[in-house]
Design a protein around this ligand. Structure first.
Ligand code: PAZ
Length: 358
């Protein structure tokens, strides 16, 4: 059973476009004029990316709740755009959190996953809210949630007990954590400062991110993207994906995955051109981490890249910007690295708001 046979045309249209474009680059005069017109004003890399992005979205399965997500977003953003504090208009940050999955079958039984507990995104959300931001929290279903860091993994079973008259009581040992989780979460959601949107697959994640980014355009430089989610680099295009569960009777499985188009550049250039954008770079090999972060900063025109190594990500991160690299450490065993990191990013965002073109 060879997946090369199942996915032979994985990105045929993408590849054809890419081939046409590379040919265009080599022999621009030999191409028909209409095609030249289509890519006018774009360099070859941008045009290829645009085609790949279009192809990705055109072939993605329809986002189920698109209308209701758009409605929630419009309401949330308009409500927050009308708020002004001592520091000017209220800022809104989109925090992405958790890993995306890549389904291998349309009626999905198996999938490839990306590592992320969601701790970074959830904790950062709390610190952004504390700093006066409103947050759109785009998170992987089942991952860590804001204000729940101090709760055990199964809060219902471990924090509560049934009394003899069948009412529910919080165990004394967890009372403080439960109180602060409930009040923090309640204040943020009922105050209209926190909107939570879940995703599971790479298709859902990118479609919702695009909706968020285009809705946030009206916020201008007061918008920020803080892209901590671990996003798949490879995927199986929907139209070439097996519909039913892949059978094992034919022996080992060979699989060829298409590359997920580089959406960061599209986010920066098209979806949210005036927003302040921070992306993350995770590596396990520290020798290549900073070089990769530098490349992301330049290639995707990010305002900042947060570089982190898997094993030390909770103790230290390195903030990479045009003006240099700063190591950010957690203060002690009781604190979290997100506290100084968000403080630094809020300062950088303030500078950006004052002069977005600097
Ligand atoms: O979610 P978590 O707290 O377990 O880990 C956070 C992280 C390592 C996923 C995040 O800091 C990060 O680097 N995200 C981007 C990963 C990437 O390079 O795709």
């Amino acid at each position: 059973f060879n997946l090369y046979l199942i996915f032979p045309l994985i990105t045929r249209s993408v590849l054809e476009n890419a081939i046409s474009l590379s040919e265009l680059k080599l022999n621009p005069l030999e191409k028909p004029l209409s095609f030249m017109d289509a890519v006018k004003n774009l360099d070859a890399v941008d045009a290829t990316t645009s085609f790949q992005v279009k192809s990705f979205f055109d072939s993605a399965p329809l986002l189920k709740d698109a209308e209701s997500i758009s409605r929630k977003l419009t309401q949330f953003i308009h409500q927050n755009a009308s708020l002004t504090g001592s520091e000017g208009p209220r800022r809104v940050v989109c925090v992405t959190s958790g890993g995306t999955t890549v389904p291998l079958e349309q009626r999905c039984v198996r999938y490839i996953d990306n590592f992320s507990s969601g701790h970074r995104g959830a904790t950062s959300t709390e610190y952004f809210l504390k700093s006066g931001y409103s947050v759109i929290f785009l998170y992987r279903r089942g991952t860590c949630q804001p204000y729940c860091r101090s709760l055990p993994d199964d809060p219902l079973l471990e924090c509560f007990k049934l009394t003899s008259d069948s009412s529910i009581q919080v165990l004394e040992s967890h009372a403080e954590a439960v109180k602060s989780a409930i009040s923090g979460h309640h204040d943020a959601v009922s105050g209209g400062y926190l909107l939570k949107l879940p995703f599971t697959t790479i298709f859902e994640y990118l479609q919702i991110l695009r909706l968020i980014a285009t809705s946030m355009k009206i916020l201008g430089p007061n918008a920020m993207f803080y892209l901590a989610a671990a996003v798949s680099d490879f995927y199986v295009p929907w139209e070439s994906m097996a519909v039913h569960k892949i059978q094992s009777a034919s022996g080992p499985l060979d699989m060829r995955l298409a590359q997920v188009p580089k959406m960061l550049l599209v986010l920066r250039k098209e979806w949210a051109p005036t927003a302040f954008c921070v992306s993350f770079k995770l590596e396990t090999d520290k020798e290549i981490l900073l070089e990769k972060a530098d490349t992301a900063l330049k290639k995707y025109k990010m305002h900042a890249v947060v570089a982190n190594e898997l094993s030390t990500r909770k103790e230290v991160v390195i903030l990479v910007t045009e003006s240099g690299k700063v190591s950010v450490y957690r203060e002690n065993d009781q604190s979290v690295v997100e506290s100084p990191l968000i403080k630094l990013l809020v300062e950088k965002h303030s500078t950006y708001i004052m002069d977005p073109n600097a």
